[in-house]
Design a protein around this ligand. Sequence first.
Ligand SMILES: [Fe+2]
Length: 284
Amino acid sequence: MTQRLEPQQIINNAAYPIDDTNNDARKVVIDQVRRELAEDGCAVIRNFFSTDGLNALLAEATERKPMTYYSPDKLCNVYLNDGDPIFPKDHPINIFLPRSNGFITSDLFDAETNARRLYYWQPLKQFLCECLGKDELHIYEDPVSNMIVNVSKPGQQFNWHFDTNEFTITMLLQAAASGGIFEYIPELRSCDDECYDEVYTVLKGNRTRVRQLELQAGDLQFFLGRFSLHQVTENTGTTDRLLLIMSFSERPGMVGSMARVKTLYGKTTDVHEKNGIRADGLVD
Ligand SMILES: [Fe+2]
């Protein structure tokens, strides 16, 4: 059993007093995140967790690692759809790249785990909401995928893609010893222009606009992945890369679709059968 910590002890409260809404340090970090998101579509809060907090979250994930679900390795295009025969074979929509990943699903973290109590801690949600400049955030209600750990084993990679959801919030618990680097190209496409030529050059190896983000264990990352092409490079080390993903939505009551949840996480619940509201997942 992992040490039980209060949420204030899990995070690096001295640097980030997120539950004290009158604290200037809190305002400073919110402003910093907003500025970085506006400029770059990406923001990082370094050392977001305390040493004890990071150790506890990592221990919980490591305990559950034997239960990781690995969906079969597959080839995906950057839009994570089936391609379109109306376009030529070497069009970005018909270029498929390898992708391999595993997930420790939400249902494996009971209500008393540090990860889950942090996820449901109101001051965290309020803080993230202000960082993202939203009026309100809700817990993503999907019982399988709302708070998950992405496991990238040596040799695995998550190739170039755009996200379907507007924002992603991740917390790195364990970096790869080598590789496993987050790479992105800010604003590669826009609402009204797919910029296929630009996407094509990246898929063919052009790296002139590629930025790399060196994340360390304990860092919290915000990312707006709808318009920024991004990938996590192959884990070329000998240990796993572990990434905690917490999902929030702007609308209440959101749950993933049956088919999508089944494909990514290998299981569904009666909530998916009854509900079935389409919501964007976090990983694609
Ligand atoms: Fe993504």
